[in-house]
Design a protein around this ligand. Structure first.
Ligand SMILES: O=C(O)CCC(=O)C(=O)O
Length: 323
């Protein structure tokens, strides 16, 4: 029996098979998922160009609430808003670029940006079921910032092209993205390229779009933050999603008790995921162990507040029953 036939027999009916895999040029392969007819034109644009701009996707009041919160976060302490919130720590983050990581933990204001219906429909087609959020942070490129280095978001996953799609990225414009304020730049069609073709700046276009818009792109697209030669910051946020299988089978970090990680052998801690692979695995822009200690402090503070509330309720009840 041929290997393909054996595979077909093992796979359950209706499940994606290796045979359904689509190859885009020499750059990207993926297993297409559910195709919602209302977004066929968007899907087609991504298949051909590697990206699509979704103009004015988010309403102005939401963008305005996000900007107010961002302003507060960027003026708060590094302890509150994370170590890159006053400026990046390396050329990739950008020394004149402020990033507030872990938006899901910062404010409920940002939630809508991660669960937009159109974006999730695009993900349903390009990613496999149960895909995950892999990055969710703001990117404020201040006046004077230089171009970021050109990269693809799957750069740390060293597999040859044509490469299975590992995820998709998005940039949401909180300010209008213009040709001078550092709009994201990308190379249309670069998701089709083989490894042998390297990007040139001259091939990049700027994702010029009004505030509230989003540019959605495959992980195999070459792109970068633009240089900001204007006098105003370019405020934005990025929401990135990855394939559901980019994670360990057991969720080790939640499974292991955080009470006393000091007794766990260092090597085991590293294997459990309390470690970084380049910038993968960080917690709010910090080492995971630091993140856990921060979370423990917050849980303890929360416990104290809850206890206090309970004591006040009991007190009220006692006083009420005396009346
Ligand atoms: O800020 C941008 O426009 C792009 C940022 C980016 O691609 C990144 O930091 O990975």
């Amino acid at each position: 029996m041929s290997v393909q036939k054996q595979r077909a027999e093992v796979l359950q009916p209706g499940r994606l098979s290796f045979n359904n895999r689509v190859q885009l040029g020499e750059g990207t392969t993926f297993l297409p998922g559910k195709k919602d007819p209302s977004i066929t034109h968007l899907i087609d644009h991504v298949l051909t160009h590697g990206y699509v701009i979704l103009p004015s996707l988010f309403p102005a009041p939401l963008v305005s609430r996000a900007l107010s919160k961002l302003t507060r976060l960027e003026s708060a302490s590094l302890e509150t808003s994370g170590p890159a919130s006053h400026g990046g720590r390396n050329p990739f983050e950008g020394y004149q670029t402020r990033r507030v990581y872990a938006l899901a933990d910062k404010s409920r204001v940002f939630d809508e940006f991660a669960i937009n219906e159109t974006v999730l429909k695009l993900n349903d087609y390009f990613l496999q079921e149960n895909y995950l959020l892999t990055s969710f942070h703001t990117v404020t490129i201040a006046s004077g910032e230089r171009e970021q280095s050109m990269h693809t978001d799957d750069g740390l996953i060293q597999l040859p092209r044509p490469k299975p799609l590992m995820g998709v990225g998005t940039m949401v414009a909180l300010d209008p993205f213009t040709s001078t304020n550092g709009a994201t730049t990308l190379i249309p069609g670069s998701h089709l390229w083989p490894d042998s073709r390297l990007p040139q700046r001259s091939e990049m276009i700027s994702a010029i779009m009004p505030a509230g818009s989003m540019v959605y792109f495959l992980n195999t697209v070459w792109h970068s933050g633009g240089a900001n030669i204007s006098s105003e910051p370019r405020r934005s946020l990025t929401v990135q999603y990855c394939q559901p299988w980019i994670r360990p089978i057991e969720n080790m970090i939640v499974a292991v008790g955080w009470e006393d990680l000091d007794v766990v052998p260092k090597r085991l801690l590293q294997l459990l995921g309390f470690s970084l692979n380049d910038f993968m695995g960080y917690v709010d822009g910090r080492a995971p162990r630091t993140g856990v200690e921060m979370r423990k402090r917050r849980l303890i503070e929360w416990g104290v507040r809850e206890k206090e509330k309970e004591r006040e309720r009991e007190e009220k009840f006692k006083n009420g029953s005396k009346l």
